[in-house]
Design a protein around this ligand. Structure first.
Ligand code: HSE
Length: 418
């Protein structure tokens, strides 16, 4: 097992979430990747706030960025001044860096990536865009063989939450902002969300990766959601549309069109059903066609999930893949659920009773049953829907009714929404 020593710059919503997630899934990560992740030290502003005990806290950044006992510096403090200096020093000191800081990357990403290359170090930044959605990994690796035509995204969880609440609950903009703040979705200054800056910063990071061009915030037409009123959301709905705050990067006649702002989407548009703090990115590319990534784009755990993926990715650069010791279930043993059954029968007296009795004998309960016979035919089908049962018991019941069936039955599991 390879030990990886982490130094956290910041221990707020995301840093705290990361400490919890590492503690929770440590054993899993060890089995899966052969890594032991040790949070060696975390930079905080106030040493007196209550925090998990197993981590050493410091108010001195040098104990992280200059420390010889730290391999990866994880920047989750935000801001563009100190965070920039710390990341720069960490790279110069030979540390890999993982950051969730889209504002910094949008402003000085090129300079930092250049420095990282010079130092032969990596910067992981999956968490900087859409938190839990692996959009950076998808663009960097998954779609590397594609020419990307366009990206359409709901990339700001706060705005999507606010617009959803306004449309569905009749909440005012101000009330919805307060709720989003309480839920921890907003930036430290929520006007970064509401005025579209956060979404534009994410679009800078995404479009540089997708289109291989140097993009700056000034290149993007930016509009926020401050001017929207209930009347707009109601009107949109009455016309069959929803209003979403959308970030667009698309090629038009060889140029890149970059925009962020509220737009009307037809209710059947693939992004129209993305609600609350969920984010989604719709990519159009020449080989895969259209694809969508959708998931939670804000909040402690979704962001920690992305930071953790970068940590493992950086740590595994040269390490072999480890196989996990998961035990496979026997075929069907764990397939518990509700089932749809169709039994092809010969219509003889008592046949339906025989079938239902044999199902009942296995302790399986039926919640709907019907028989369909073709006119003037003795052949028919019995359809049965069961309550939750095990497939093993169901298969035993089916085995027992071979004499009643004219053909093999059809057995389909009913997948519930949750
Ligand atoms: N304030 C951001 C949002 C947080 O609402 O999407 C995640 O980047």
């Amino acid at each position: 097992v390879g030990r990886v020593h982490l130094g956290l710059l910041g221990s707020g919503v995301v840093g705290g979430g990361l400490i919890d997630l590492i503690a929770k899934n440590q054993a899993l990560i060890g089995e899966r990747c052969g890594l032991e992740l040790i949070v060696q030290r975390a930079l905080v502003r106030d040493l007196n706030r209550p925090r998990p005990m197993h981590v050493e806290y410091t108010t001195d950044a040098a104990k992280i960025i200059n420390a010889s006992d730290i391999d990866i510096v994880v920047e989750v403090m935000g801001g563009t001044t100190q965070a920039y200096e710390y990341i720069k020093t960490a790279l110069q000191n030979g540390k890999h860096v993982v950051t969730a800081n889209k504002a910094l990357l949008a402003q000085r990403g090129n300079e930092l990536f250049h420095l990282a290359t010079q130092q032969d170090r990596c910067i992981g930044y999956e968490a900087s865009v859409c938190a839990g959605l692996p959009v950076i990994g998808t663009l960097r690796q998954g779609l590397v063989g594609n020419d990307i035509e366009s990206l359409y995204g709901i990339v700001n969880g706060t705005n999507n939450y606010i617009l959803t609440q306004m449309a569905e609950q009749g909440t005012t903009l101000e009330q919805a902002i307060q709720e989003a703040q309480k839920l921890g979705f907003c930036e430290a200054d929520p006007s970064m969300d509401i005025d579209g800056i956060d979404a534009a910063q994410k679009l800078v990071v995404l479009s540089e990766l997708a289109f291989g061009m140097h993009v700056q915030l000034q290149d993007i037409t930016i509009e926020g959601i401050r001017h929207l009123e209930q009347a707009d959301l109601k009107q949109a709905a009455s016309l069959g549309y929803v209003i979403k705050h959308i970030a667009i990067a698309r090629k038009v006649d060889g140029r890149l069109d970059l925009r962020v702002g509220p737009m009307l989407l037809h209710k059947r548009h693939p992004l129209a059903s993305v609600r609350n703090e969920f984010n989604a990115i719709l990519v159009k590319a020449d080989a895969v066609g259209e694809m969508i990534l959708q998931g939670k784009g804000a909040g402690a755990m979704p962001t920690a999930s992305a930071v953790l993926s970068d940590i493992v990715d950086v740590a595994l650069r040269d390490a072999p893949v480890h196989l996990r010791k998961l035990v496979k279930a026997e075929h069907g043993a764990s397939a518990e659920g509700r089932y749809y059954l169709r039994f092809p029968i010969v219509d003889e007296p008592g046949v339906i009773g025989e079938i239902t009795t044999k199902i009942g004998r296995e302790g399986i309960s039926i919640y709907d049953a019907r028989a369909v016979l073709e006119d003037e035919s003795t052949d028919g089908n019995v359809m049965i829907l069961t309550h939750k049962c095990s497939l093993v018991a169901l298969n035993r019941a089916v085995q027992a009714m071979q004499d009643q069936l004219r053909k093999a039955p059809v057995v389909l599991q009913i997948l519930e929404r949750k």
